[in-house]
Design a protein around this ligand. Structure first.
Ligand code: BTN
Length: 252
């Protein structure tokens, strides 16, 4: 049912569909080691038995109702400390796609959750394999909630809930891969400052005062942006604080 996208240059030209697997990220990671695996190869499944989320969480998605896939990229043009730039390109590509699909407010919750009207519609798990100072492979896993309508968490949503229709997964995948390729090529051709600005413009809770938590201590502050390595900058009464992934949670 999934088909090789007609509108991309290299993403999805190698398309590996499996009805079920543990995790498309794990499968892609094994395939990425093989010389026959090309940059842009996509692994897609209907059902993951052990889907992985950020921070060691599990990613649960109803079988056959959502997009669960992984893209294998080889961003040799990025050095290790620039790896967050790939997160930016991926988050922009997904949010571009959603903005074209749905007439609601799409935002990016740092580092790269995609929210619509404040609820999570898509999660991204990027696992980079480094060789020395460069990135040899990036395993870019994406879970997009599409036709599922019941969720365990009240802050989750899906395209089906928002638009009240059933989407054809293969067509969505094709369009999404196209948008992601455009942003990846933009990153590769060096338009990084422009992309960071667009990312900041879509950043959830930016310039608003909210409560966060770090090491089990709540504090209030205002997100002001990200630094060169992708750390979140939160302005507090005592000055700016910088957080790496997993070091801060959004409270209210
Ligand atoms: C998150 O928001 O916690 C990240 C979720 C990432 C889920 C996707 S589904 C496809 C790919 N394979 C996995 O095991 N995880 C990612």
């Amino acid at each position: 049912m999934y088909k090789i996208p007609a509108n991309t240059l290299f993403i999805g030209k190698q398309l590996i569909y499996v009805p079920e697997c543990q995790s498309t990220n794990d499968l892609a990671s094994q395939l990425g080691m093989q010389p026959s695996t090309l940059e842009g190869a996509v692994v897609v499944t209907d059902h993951q038995t052990s889907g992985k989320g950020q921070r060691g969480n599990v990613w649960i998605a109803e079988s056959g109702k959502n997009l669960t896939f992984t893209i294998i990229l080889k961003p040799h043009f990025l050095i290790a400390h620039q790896q967050f730039q790939l997160n930016i390109a991926i988050a922009l590509g997904i949010s571009d796609f959603l903005m074209d699909t749905i007439d609601s407010q799409v935002s990016i919750k740092w580092p790269n959750d995609i929210l619509i009207d404040g609820k999570k519609v898509c999660g991204v798990l990027i696992e980079n394999q480094l060789r020395g100072e460069t990135i040899s492979h990036s395993i870019v896993g994406i879970g997009l909630n599409v036709n599922q309508v019941d969720f365990q968490f009240e802050n989750a949503t899906s395209l089906g809930i928002l638009i009240n229709k059933i989407f054809a997964l293969p067509t969505l995948l094709e369009d999404l891969l196209h948008k992601m390729e455009i942003r990846y090529l933009q990153l590769r051709s060096g338009h990084r400052d422009l992309m960071i600005n667009e990312y900041l413009n879509r950043l959830y809770w930016r310039d608003e005062k909210h409560v966060f938590s770090s090491e089990q201590v709540e504090f209030s502050g205002t997100i002001r942006g990200i630094d060169n390595t992708g750390r979140l900058i939160i302005e507090t009464q005592t000055g700016n604080r910088f957080f790496s992934m997993k070091e801060v949670t959004y409270v209210r």
